[in-house]
Design a protein around this ligand. Structure first.
Ligand SMILES: CC(C)(COP(=O)(O)OP(=O)(O)OC[C@H]1O[C@@H](n2cnc3c(N)ncnc32)[C@H](O)[C@@H]1OP(=O)(O)O)[C@@H](O)C(=O)NCCC(=O)NCCS
Length: 204
């Protein structure tokens, strides 16, 4: 695990402060908490709303996942401001999973489309590569489904599940999603070349 130095943490948070304040999708969405709300967790796994102070830890995990290049369309050099928007931008609700007080994964919930497509949710999950296969992804996935239902979404759609990403595919199936379409050679895999991607769906 790479730890953040105090200086790096301060610099990242200063960058975050320079971002416009996001407006959130719904007042009833993920409750935004402040640093004082942070649980001093003694529980093994805790899922709670993500807040600004978590961004440096989120960014580390996000960068590791993007650097691997085999799961997500975003490129490894996605700028910090875009990374912040991805997790905290308008219309995004996000949560972190903490294990013994340390952030080990996160998920985000959005509407998949605007307007007449906005009753279908979209979501994504990322888990620290050092903490995989400990049921963190499953817990985040179940949490996403609960939150999406609470928000009134009727279904959830995953727009691009890379066909070679066995972990993601198996997790989605375990969460009740099924493949409703195949996008031929839609994902530029770093060592396999163009591979198919699946659109996966489930009603809530
Ligand atoms: C996909 C991902 C979120 C899974 O997180 P995780 O915490 O390791 O997953 P879990 O331990 O909760 O596993 C839950 C189930 O998913 C499946 N799974 C997870 N990793 C797997 C792997 N490497 N190979 C096959 N199946 C896997 C299994 O069915 C597993 O259940 P089991 O452990 O009882 O067999 C994680 O690998 C990740 O962050 N990948 C990169 C980003 C990504 O692909 N996100 C999903 C698309 S947005």
């Amino acid at each position: 695990m790479t730890y953040l130095t105090p200086t790096l943490r301060e610099r990242l948070l200063a960058l975050v402060d320079a971002q416009p304040v996001p407006s959130f999708r719904k007042a009833g969405g993920a409750a935004r908490t402040t640093a004082t709300d942070r649980p001093t967790s003694t529980t093994l796994l805790n899922i709670r709303p993500a807040h600004r102070e978590d961004f440096p830890e989120l960014l580390l995990i996000f960068r590791k996942v993007l650097a691997a290049g085999d799961a997500c369309v975003l490129s490894a050099d996605t700028p910090v401001a875009e990374a912040y928007d991805y997790w905290f931008g308008a219309g995004v609700d996000s949560w972190v999973a903490e294990m013994n007080g340390r952030v080990v994964g996160m998920c985000r919930l959005t509407a998949n489309q605007k307007g007449r497509g906005s009753h279908v949710a979209g979501g994504s999950i990322m888990v620290d590569p050092n903490t995989r296969r400990k049921a963190v992804g499953l817990a985040l996935g179940r949490h996403l489904l609960l939150e999406a239902r609470k928000d009134g979404f009727l279904a959830m759609q995953l727009n691009m599940v890379v066909s070679s990403n066995r972990a993601s595919l198996a997790l989605a199936e375990k969460l009740g999603f099924s493949i409703v379409g195949t996008l031929p050679r839609a994902f530029a895999h770093p060592w396999l070349g163009p591979v198919d991607a699946y659109v996966m769906h489930r009603f809530l």
